[in-house]
Design a protein around this ligand. Structure first.
Ligand code: HAM
Length: 416
């Protein structure tokens, strides 16, 4: 008895050849934008010790509290499918002694990430990110350069309707003082908050800015703002990032309520969103994480970076059609007993560096030529009793030659 059909797991998707052709364009665009600025590709494993994310991303974040795919590796060690790439890059930086290299160390990555979230348009359980990280410099020009590079990538991919939001979270010390002030404000207005926000007043009061609960939003309207209480060094850093973005002609909106869902940020945070997307409008974001390397056991080391969601960028770019890759030669045959000769010719053409396909579906000669057209073949060789007829698929002209001469004729590429 036939079994029930098995489907792709919820929140995941197959990548069909057309999808991959589109994603190759994303990869090429990332390389084109990032490598001239000195970013080199680095890839980390898809799973890591759970502790890396618990410590790096932060125990109180949604990601660590409820979105990680965590399992025992069979040997009693807890591992987690990576929900993000910054903590792994910092782990690799430490593990390979990259502090000994010229700083900052600039890397980029492109791969799959995993979060156990409720799937919806633009939100998946397995998704792809392209990211860039610069570890080892506290210069505000690093922040600005990274933001400009992400803006360039989004433009290169024709992501529509992009808005950049920018803020500063200050130093961790200033932030913990601020957290206390904010928590006090929330406690004073506890009755008007959503249950979820109320429960998290001590754990993570900043998340209250993200709430869509009307009462909470009202309370947040007169909440103290971190941006208003930056110390001099942090305010200076933020002013310099803004100045460099102004010089570069990158438009942004200062948004004091911008809180990103990861604990490692300090100073600059930013997010690009697209009006072409629905509720999940964030296409890419990041910021500075000056305490993270130390948190992971290294010396104090500044860092900054971003990651952008590949699916969201493609959605917001409106899915440009992927041009079909033309092939050089389609090998057809007029009679069944020519098949071995056709097989040999197609193989010889490929060995000579041509893209060549053979008729494989038993079509009539007419059907074969139609198929050659569908494949956008530049030439078709039709094997028959009198030899090979080489047809120029653009002009329709045809010339008879020995099958052994076909490859050279296609390589010469002259019109028939
Ligand atoms: P993030 O904002 O959590 O930051 O994720 C970056 C981007 O990944 C988002 O803007 C979104 O486009 C995409 N993304 C996140 N979750 C999903 C999902 N469930 N489905 C589809 N796309 C998603 C980070 O991950 C930080 N590591 C960025 C960073 C790098 N900060 C400093 N360096």
């Amino acid at each position: 008895m036939a079994g029930e059909r098995i489907q792709v797991p919820r929140g995941t998707f197959d990548l069909l050849p057309d999808d991959l052709a589109q994603r190759e364009q994303v990869e090429q665009a990332a390389r084109r934008v990032l490598e001239p600025a000195g970013y080199r590709r680095l890839e980390t494993p898809t799973f890591e010790a759970t502790e890396l994310f618990a410590r790096g991303v932060g125990a109180s974040t949604d990601i660590v509290q409820k979105e990680m795919y965590t399992f025992d590796d069979g040997g009693g060690r807890s591992v987690t499918l990576r929900p993000e790439g910054t903590a792994p890059v910092c782990r690799a930086y430490l593990e390979h002694g990259m502090h000994r290299l010229a700083q900052p160390v600039k890397v980029w990555y492109l791969g799959r990430f995993y979060r156990h979230e409720a799937p919806q348009a633009g939100r998946y359980r397995e998704f792809w990110q392209v990211g860039a990280e610069a570890v080892g410099s506290a210069d505000p020009a690093v922040d600005a350069e990274l933001i400009v590079l992400l803006a360039d990538l989004l433009e290169e991919l024709q992501v529509r309707d992009v808005v950049l939001s920018l803020s500063s979270l200050g130093s961790p010390d200033a932030r913990s003082v601020y957290r206390e002030r904010l928590a006090a404000h929330l406690r004073a207005n506890e009755g008007r908050l959503s249950g979820e926000v109320r429960e998290r007043i001590d754990l993570n009061p900043l998340r209250a800015f993200d709430s869509d609960h009307p009462g909470t939003q009202e309370v947040m309207r007169d909440a103290p703002m971190l941006l208003d209480g930056l110390d001099d060094a942090d305010a200076e850093h933020f002013a310099r990032v803004r100045g460099l973005l102004d010089d570069a002609g990158v438009a942004y909106r200062v948004d004091p309520t911008l809180v990103r869902g990861l604990d490692y940020y300090a100073r600059t945070v930013f997010e690009f969103s697209s009006g072409a997307l629905g509720a999940q409008s964030g296409v890419g974001g990041g910021g500075r994480y000056d305490g993270l390397v130390e948190q992971l056991g290294g010396d104090p080391t500044p860092g900054c970076g971003w990651a952008a969601g590949v699916e969201r960028m493609l959605l917001a770019a409106g899915g440009r059609p992927v041009p079909a890759l033309p092939i050089d030669l389609f090998v057809a045959y007029a009679k069944e007993d020519m098949r071995p000769e056709a097989f040999r010719l197609a193989a010889q053409a490929r060995r000579s560096g041509l893209s060549a396909q053979l008729e494989l579906a038993g079509r009539s000669l007419k059907g074969q030529l139609k198929q050659a057209g569908r494949l956008h073949a530049r030439w078709a060789a039709i094997l028959g009793d009198e030899g090979a007829s080489l047809r120029d698929m653009e002009s329709g002209d045809q010339r008879v030659m020995a099958p052994g001469d076909v490859v050279a004729a296609v390589q010469r590429g002259e019109r028939l």
